[in-house]
Design a protein around this ligand. Structure first.
Ligand code: FES
Length: 104
């Protein structure tokens, strides 16, 4: 199913999302290079920060303490912030869009 990514310049890009693979990996494998993912997806760099827009609350997997603490260190944190490496993509997520957060 489709995954809509909003880049930092506001451009919307529609991807064919691969299920079971993280949102971070889906974005990077599409060629969008704005997510650095320095730690490779092991929840320790926070460079994969996104704002998630879903059509059903609670559809996302819960946030771990590690993810919460890393996001707490970002001045750009919003209520819908997530680290995209910690969210496996699936059709059941009901994702409307994922917006790439500004660089910290
Ligand atoms: Fe490093 Fe997500 S890629 S925290």
């Amino acid at each position: 199913s489709k995954l809509t990514v909003i880049k930092r310049d506001g451009t919307h890009v529609s991807l064919d999302g691969e299920a079971g693979v993280s949102v971070m990996e889906n974005i990077r494998s599409s060629g969008i290079d704005e997510i650095l993912a320095i730690c490779g997806g092991c929840c320790s760099c926070a460079t994969c920060h996104v704002y998630v827009d879903t059509d059903a609350s609670g559809a996302l997997p819960p946030m771990s303490t590690d993810e919460d603490e890393l996001l707490e260190g970002s001045p750009h944190r919003r209520p819908n912030s997530r680290l995209s490496c910690q969210v496996p993509f699936s059709a059941g997520l009901n994702l409307i869009s994922v917006e790439i957060a500004p660089e910290d």
